[in-house]
Every structure is written in C-alpha cells, then in structure tokens.
Design a protein around this ligand. Structure first.
Ligand SMILES: CCCCCCCCCCC/C=C/C(=O)SCCNC(=O)CCNC(=O)[C@H](O)C(C)(C)COP(=O)(O)OP(=O)(O)OC[C@H]1O[C@@H](n2cnc3c(N)ncnc32)[C@H](O)[C@@H]1OP(=O)(O)O
Length: 177
C-alpha cells in the first residue's frame, strides 16, 4: 500500500500488489493499518485506488487454496476488520475505481462514501458464478447501495456491471475518464 498526500488533509491510498491487487491477508492488514494511521494523523479524507490497471480482483484465491483452518480463520478476521475499518471510518472515503472490481474488490468500493469509476471496466459481486455466495455484510452493502430487489438479482446471477450500467443503478456515483 502506498500513500501520497495531496494536501495536509487528503491522502491517495494506492493498492500496490501486482498484477491484480488480490486481497491477501497481508494486503488487507496493510490497508487497515494505513487507514488507521491516517485517521490518527488528522487527515480528513482518502481516495482509495490502485497503482495498476485492475482496481482489485477480490480475495486472493491462491491463498485460499488448501489453507489450514487457522489461516482461514485469521484471513477472515482480517477481511472483516478491513471492512469494519473502512466502512466506519471517520474519514471521507472515495473509491477511484480505475480497473475491474469484482467480488471483494466491489466490497471495498461499496464501503466508501463515494465511488467514481473509469469507463470500460466492470464492478459487481460475481461469487455465485463460481459456486460461492457473498457473506451477509457484502449483501447488505449491495442492498444499501442499489436497493434490495436489484441487489438480489445482481447477487443471484453474479452479475458484473459495466461502468455505464453501474452508474445507471447507483452502484457508482460518477464516471471519470
Ligand atoms: C478452503 C476454505 C476456504 C473458505 C473460504 C470461503 C470464501 C468465501 C468467499 C466469498 C466471498 C468471495 C469474495 C472474493 O473476492 S472471491 C475472488 C473473486 N474474484 C474474481 O472472480 C476475479 C478473478 N479475476 C479476474 O476476473 C481477472 O483476473 C481480472 C479481471 C481481475 C484481471 O484480468 P487480467 O486479464 O488483467 O488479468 P489475468 O486474469 O490474466 O490475471 C493475472 C494474474 O492474476 C491472477 N489472479 C486474478 N484474480 C485473482 C484472485 N482473485 N486471486 C488470486 N490470483 C488472481 C491470475 O490467476 C493471473 O495469474 P497468473 O499470471 O499466475 O496466471
């Protein structure tokens, strides 16, 4: 995770885990630590983005391949901790979604106060496409953002929306070129 101060009050927080910013336990820990440190340093707002062409590919599926029970438990704790920290942060949080944002990548964006996204990208929770269902707090984030019925349809079908469709249903707030 890298931090660039745009002024004394606004920080750009970039996920920097090539190639796709898959959320490993370490990346989630780094993000949470970064947000907490900025909160402690009188910063007012952050822009969460990526230093590569993918915003975030969601959970690191490689880390979840044949893990020990202990690892899954600590991984899950880190994921919940990151979500709670970002969602409940006192900072004004803006997601600058500058690449694909599937699954937990979408969760990160929806946990922010405002979402801007570049065109020709995709965002959504596609877990059902590979036989999983998003955890309840992902579901609630989606329902709070686009409405319960729309969320139900998107989640059941594991839809990844284009930038334009995401704007149309309120999943994002602005398209930025
Ligand atoms: C055993 C018990 C475990 C219990 C755990 C239960 C878990 C329940 C979880 C429910 C919630 C799940 C949330 C998630 O976030 S799951 C992750 C979902 N993510 C995706 O479906 C995205 C998959 N990736 C893509 O669609 C594309 O990679 C992407 C559009 C993001 C980028 O495309 P691009 O063409 O630019 O790049 P490549 O596809 O060529 O990928 C480059 C390399 O990156 C690797 N990769 C991609 N995504 C992931 C990932 N999520 N985790 C790990 N690695 C990933 C990809 O394999 C390529 O690697 P190589 O170069 O080595 O081939």
């Amino acid at each position: 995770v890298t931090v660039e101060m745009k002024s004394s009050k606004v920080a750009i927080v970039r996920m920097n885990r090539p190639p796709v910013n898959a959320l490993s336990k370490d990346l989630m820990h780094g993000l949470r630590r970064t947000i907490c440190d900025l909160e402690d340093n009188d910063v007012k707002g952050i822009v969460l983005t990526s230093s590569s062409k993918v915003f975030c590919a969601g959970l690191d599926l490689a880390e979840l391949l044949n893990p020990t029970q202990e690892f899954v438990s600590s991984f899950w704790k880190e994921l919940q901790g990151l979500w709670i920290t970002l969602y409940s942060s006192r900072l004004v949080t803006v997601a600058a979604v500058n690449g694909a944002a599937p699954a937990a990548g979408c969760m990160l964006a929806l946990s922010c106060d405002y979402r801007m996204m570049s065109s020709k990208n995709v965002i959504g929770m596609n877990e059902t496409k590979f036989g999983l269902f998003p955890p309840p707090w992902f579901v609630e984030l989606m329902a709070d953002t686009v409405g319960r019925r729309k969320a139900e349809m998107l989640l059941l079908q594991g839809t990844l929306l284009s930038t334009e469709d995401a704007l149309a249903c309120g999943m994002i707030d602005q398209i930025v070129e």
